[in-house]
Design a binder for this molecule. Structure first.
Ligand SMILES: Nc1ncnc2c1ncn2[C@@H]1O[C@H](COP(=O)(O)OP(=O)(O)OP(=O)(O)O)[C@@H](O)[C@H]1O
Length: 939
């Protein structure tokens, strides 16, 4: 590089209009901004040198003017180059760069150093020359860069040079120059263009500040060595704005290269080792022809010395073609650098996809790689089969181009850029980030690629976990609370509070239940209550299969905090569900005995009339309401709680992390209510007043732990594993949706109805659609079904109905006024009608396995034997549905669904937006690493 930049200096006595040139520079500089001043500074430094040698004495004056204008805007860099070229009497811009040898430039430099003893190359910023007159910081920064740049490549120059030659020349010539002051890097990073400077030599790896190296990945794509402006523009346009973006363009797959053999077929990925590359160049086209002798034998060190003829082999000619556009091809230094890379007689290893050419034994190599080998021994090494990364193309950029740019970045990737502490990488047996990028893009073998992938997956999970932890900690008030929470995660201990320790109110509520809790429910609530008594906010996920009785556990948790004088909020994903919970709680409270004043409850949904909702808000603020059940309205801005202590989020995956987090902003007010008259309230410390509420999230979808971790970054997980006593497993039947299938379904329905059962009919859509005529629609079928079962009344329930109508439809079905309920998937979650005994799902293949399991869970909630009939549209669709027939274990089915369809589908299409997307990791397969990343995040 030095060869190029310094050769810019013209010999003394050149024909050069110093004054005019100076004026141009000053004018342009006045228009230039500091960030984009690099070029003008560069020119300036050169001009200054020239003028000095030519005994022109204008630097002081000029410097002053340049300095003053350093903050102005440079609108058109190319204009400046052209003007300067014209003023220097060159025919075109390219000629500005002359072609001096390294030696000559070195001589000139040495000469300059002798003349100016104050200059110590690479150590002292040249500003010292002017330290007497320019001592200000700004002067420093203005002056430092031009001279640095005079030795160092700018992105523009790099675009014209081969990166190998640049770094080679640079480090061999004056590596010290590259030891850029890291304090200066901070400013330069913002314009992104100085990164190349820092990374061009291995010297930097050991001397530059680690944190600056870590910022390497954020460097703009323009700073990739050797990348032309056009290419960097193209990459930028395709979304590759930074080095990181490009390094995260991972191979789609790896191809196993075979060693070359005699029977080559088109499209094979082969490795050849050959000699004597012949270089051919025509306008805009370069071709390297490699001749390779291939014997019938495998390539081993022993048979390397045999010639093809000895063994009845063949000589193949491989054509490696490259096309160039624009002036680049005609630029001699570029051509020289290419030619230098391929000297006749070199031993090379070529790998790529072969395509036969017309001439016999001539092949064109596509997506090729060519490595010059040092000796024959290395050839046996190189010839070993290596996984070859195949990249997906993007926005018109070819895989080959992307892979080339990536490998350019890899060559300058600083070794010390890993932001993860060594302690973590060692503990978890991970490679460094540098090795991971190299390993994923240029693996020596698949194990290396695998390990690299592991590291990258780990990173994805690790940062997610850090963010989740941060989110949780952010919700806490004092440092002490944060420390306690972290300690809890580091050393999780399962604790539970015995019933004796429960509040009086909770015990009374327990007594009011018409059933006894299952052991699993009991241990879940004990665990939760233990957490509730602690002075740090709980963030717990209560998981359990459909119908296992989570709601009552959550109610008990609410009672516990209300019994201690606080408030509880219960957020459901739909109005229907909120109403159902409200009514259930109201009924249970009515039956409760043994308390002087029962907790007051409120229902707040989007449909609550304004006047009523205003009153509820006031009561929440004053503390007159102790438990509020509702939908999203509970986290609305205007809602204020007097003493919110627990937020229950039902069907948590229906809410985003942010929505759940919003409860954190509902910190306590100043007054603590004690409406319940509970005698055994907790001792409330002052710190409690500022504590964020406990969050109890409930999931009816039995999501795997990995998914829970990804969603919450929290390992507080309580599972209800058993079902209430007396439950009879639901029978599942699969039918094809043809005439005979429906006949059978209708007859089973009739039988069930005749025996006093109630039937849900679930449809994928509300109305018949012209685009998808095969889909059965709930509204459209109401009449048909009513006619088919004239002795029974039918109801309709779907999302487009008004809230009141929905509630009325469900009420009628629950009470038995209607025996058949035609519905869409609105009933999928939470709807609890214990007497419902049959679930029929139309076009069942349209639903995910987890969804169908949820739907099936709407029946079999009482003591009646229930059935689930799944009707697939075609015979093909039945295979997947049969899986449901085989298992009623929600966790098993959720895992299958996760594997088959990915996490997004498990949570339902609309909800999957809350799940982070991982470029490399597959949650369904790499979930176990999430646990490791979680532990690492706590380090
Ligand atoms: N221990 C128990 N014994 C008997 N019945 C119970 C028990 N616990 C809960 N139930 C009843 O089981 C039914 C389902 O309970 P609940 O609605 O709480 O389940 P869930 O886990 O929330 O279900 P879903 O996942 O469908 O929302 C309810 O009718 C409830 O009254």
């Amino acid at each position: 590089m030095a060869a190029v930049t310094l050769s810019f200096v013209q010999p003394c006595g050149m024909c050069f209009a110093g004054r005019r040139l100076r004026n141009v520079i000053v004018i342009e500089a006045q228009r230039g901004s500091w960030k984009r001043m690099r070029l003008s500074n560069f020119f300036f430094s050169q001009v200054w040198k020239v003028s000095y040698r030519s005994k022109h004495k204008f630097p002081d004056n000029l410097l002053e003017r340049v300095e003053k204008s350093a903050t102005a805007r440079l609108e058109n860099q190319s204009k400046l180059i052209t003007k300067v070229a014209a003023l220097m009497e060159y025919d075109n811009v390219d000629d500005v760069f002359d072609k001096k040898s390294d030696e000559k430039v070195k001589e000139e430099l040495e000469l300059a150093c002798k003349r100016f003893p104050a200059i110590t190359l690479g150590y002292s910023p040249p500003v010292e020359l002017y330290s007497k007159s320019k001592s200000s910081k700004e002067t420093n920064s203005i002056l430092k860069t031009p001279t640095e740049n005079s030795f160092l490549p700018t992105p523009m120059h790099l675009g014209w040079l081969d990166p190998d030659s640049i770094s080679g020349t640079l480090s061999s010539f004056c590596p010290e120059v590259l030891n850029v002051d890291s304090s200066n890097l901070g400013e330069e990073i913002s314009d992104g263009s100085s990164f190349t400077v820092q990374t061009l030599t291995s010297e930097v790896e050991t001397t530059a500040d680690d944190s600056a190296a870590q910022l390497f990945l954020s460097g703009t794509i323009g700073s990739v060595p050797g990348l032309s402006k056009r290419h960097s523009y193209q990459l930028d346009n395709c979304g590759f704005h930074t080095m990181r973006k490009l390094l995260h363009h991972f191979p789609r797959t790896y191809v196993d290269f075979q060693n070359a053999h005699l029977d080559i077929e088109d499209g094979q990925y082969l490795i050849f080792v050959g000699k004597s590359p012949v270089f051919q160049g025509e306008f805009s086209f370069l071709e390297v022809i490699v001749s390779c002798e291939v014997t019938g034998k495998d390539r081993t060190p022993e048979n390397m010395s045999y010639s093809a003829d000895d063994k009845g082999g063949k000589t193949f000619f491989l054509h490696l073609k490259r096309f160039f556009r624009g002036a680049r091809f005609t630029w001699q230094p570029f051509l020289n650098s290419i030619q230098e890379k391929h000297r006749p007689g070199d031993l090379v290893c070529v790998s790529g996809k072969v395509k036969a050419l017309r001439a016999e034994n001539h092949f064109e190599m596509k997506e090729y790689n060519i490595d010059v080998l040092r000796d024959e021994d290395e050839s046996s090494l190189q010839a070993q089969e290596r996984p070859y990364p195949v990249y997906p193309s993007k926005g018109g950029l070819t895989p080959k181009f992307l892979s080339d740019v990536i490998s350019r970045i890899l060559r300058v990737l600083p070794a010390n850029m890993d932001p993860l502490p060594k302690e973590i990488t060692t503990t978890f047996g991970l490679p460094s980030l540098h090795d991971a990028y190299t390993g994923i893009h240029e693996p020596k073998n698949l194990d290396e690629a695998d390990l690299a992938r592991k590291r990258l997956i780990f990173d994805e999970f690790f940062y997610l976990q850090l963010a989740r932890l941060y989110q949780m900690l952010q919700g806490l008030g004092t440092k002490l609370e944060k420390d306690v929470l972290l300690e809890k995660f580091k050393n999780p201990v399962l604790n539970s509070a015995y019933i004796e320790d429960w509040s009086h109110l909770t015990k009374c509520f327990l007594n009011a239940l018409p059933y006894s809790l299952t052991p699993s429910q009991l241990s879940a609530i004990s665990e939760i209550i233990w957490d509730l008594k602690r002075p740090i906010p709980m963030n717990r996920l209560l998981q359990g299969d459909v119908g296992c009785g989570k709601t009552v556990v959550a109610f008990l948790a609410c009672m516990e905090v209300v019994g201690s004088g606080y408030q509880a909020a219960f957020m459901a994903p739909t109005e229907l569900l909120a109403i159902q919970h409200y009514e259930q709680l109201r009924d249970l409270l009515e039956k409760m005995e043994g308390v002087s004043s029962k907790p007051t409850i409120g229902l707040l949904t989007g449909s609550t009339p304004t006047k009523q909702s205003r009153m509820i808000r006031q009561d929440l603020q004053s503390g007159a309401i102790s438990i509020v059940i509702g939908t999203h309205s509970l986290i609305a801005e205007k809602i204020e709680y007097s003493a919110l202590r627990i937020a229950v989020v039902d069907e948590q995956q229906r809410f985003g992390v942010i929505q759940r987090g919003k409860f954190n902003s509902k910190l306590y007010g100043t007054s603590i209510i004690s409406k319940t008259g509970s005698s055994n309230s907790d001792d409330t410390s002052k710190a409690d007043l500022n504590m964020a509420p406990h969050v109890l999230a409930m999931s009816a979808t039995p999501i795997p732990r990995s998914l829970a971790l990804a969603l919450y970054g929290d390992i507080s997980l309580t599972q209800i594993t058993g079902m209430p006593l007396g439950r009879i497993p639901v029978e599942t039947h699969i039918f094809e949706g043809n005439e005979s299938g429906f006949k059978e379904v209708y007859s089973m329905m009739l039988k069930d109805l005749n025996s006093g059962g109630r039937v849900y009919l679930v449809y994928p859509v509300i109305d018949q659609s012209e685009q998808l005529p095969q889909l059965r629609a709930a509204s459209a079928e109401l009449e048909t079904i009513s006619k088919k079962f004239p002795n029974y009344s039918c109801g309709l329930l779907h999302g487009r109905m008004k809230s009141d109508d929905k509630e009325e439809a469900l009420r009628k079905f629950r009470s038995g006024e209607t025996q058949i309920l035609l519905s869409t998937q609105v009933i999928e979650i939470g709807v609890d009608v214990p007497d419902a005994s049959m679930m029929v799902v139309m076009n069942a293949e349209r639903f995910g396995i987890a969804q169908l399991h949820q739907l099936r869970g709407r029946v079999g909630r009482g003591t009646r034997k229930s059935k689930c009939l799944l009707i697939g549209s075609t015979a093909n669709s039945l295979k997947r549905l049969k899986m449901l027939g085989k298992s009623s274990d929600g966790f098993y089915l959720a895992n299958i669904d996760l594997l088959l369809r990915g996490p997004g589908d498990l949570l339902g299409k609309k909800q999957s937006g809350h799940l982070p997307e991982f470029p490399v990791a597959r949650l369904e397969m790499d979930g176990n690493m999430l646990q490791e990343a979680h532990i690492a995040a706590l380090f």
